[in-house]
Ligand binder design. Sequence first.
Ligand code: PEP
Ligand code: MN
Length: 360
Amino acid sequence: MIVLMEPTATEGQIADVVERLIAAGVSMQRLDGDRVTIAATGGNTAAAGDSGVDGMAGVAAVIAGSGGTPMVTARESPGNGGVATLATGPAARPERGFQVRGRWIGGTGLFFAAGPCSVEDPETMAAIAAEVAAAGGTALRAGAYKPRSSPYSFQGMGEAGLATARSAADAHGLLLVSEVLDATQIPIATRYVDILQVGARNMYNTSLLRELGRSRRPVLLKRGLAATIDEWLSAAEYIVSAGNPRVILCERGIRTFETATRNTLDLNAVPVVRERTHLPILVDPSHGTGLRTYVRPMARAAIACGADGLLIEVHTDPDRALSDAAQTIDPLTLRQVIRDAEAIRAAGEVDDAYSRATIG
Ligand code: PEP
Ligand code: MN
């Protein structure tokens, strides 16, 4: 359970709420974001519910969440537009999805982020961005800070890469998604990037997550290599509870005993996440399979099971991509992937209506 204070709540009002919770025997944690939230911790949420803080001066809402992730799995929680537009009416799921610079993610349409694994030279980036736009993409993706398994692999182009990717995206009206590896990169990246990516290897980096929570920039949170869905949602909770409601989850495959593919794309996660949280979810079949021939079939499956869109690695000359060449598709395949995805989404809507009409 969390107590969400009004943005205008005074320190005195916050202290009164804390005192009331202490009197009820509730342990708690105070989180200072856009506004103060007080999260009841330690399994004593029933006492917190009975404490009567609901209705105290300065309290905007008391949110009954399940487990340790009240802000991302709450029946009422910050939805579109975030904490400031919290619905305090009857318990209802918040609206799914939100806008990033006017483009919806998690709404009725699909969201496609595509581009090279790493930012490359300006000519290559310009050519790839043109292909992404022509295929119907929403955002250009490209890493300038690369979390490589080997310290001897290409580590990315840093700020110069961000500038290159930004101009390629702008030339075609695309949003830009790019990864930050640590909190010091956030101020630099926010000068160029519309959506800050947290890579699988950083999903447990709680100080980075908190810092991203203080940022106003939407965050694309990849699932950790061996993270359970609960742990992934807890990582999202770090960001949302620190004041940033615009988190996009991205399933990118998990480590299993299987070696025929780089990872095992866990599409079970899509309906599970859709049931448990209002946050939008993308699927990344590039890292999920590691091999370009499997990207298109798994992209189809991802949309069929309810993903809000895809994150795809594409290059005008895939074999020469600076990183992740084996899983990088060519522009023609990207067009097919996006066309398939739109057709599957449309068929799903028809099928729902058809089933209701004919079966009930
Ligand atoms: C990437 O998107 O290029 C990337 C490094 O992904 P992940 O963190 O999922 O491995
Ligand atoms: Mn990659």
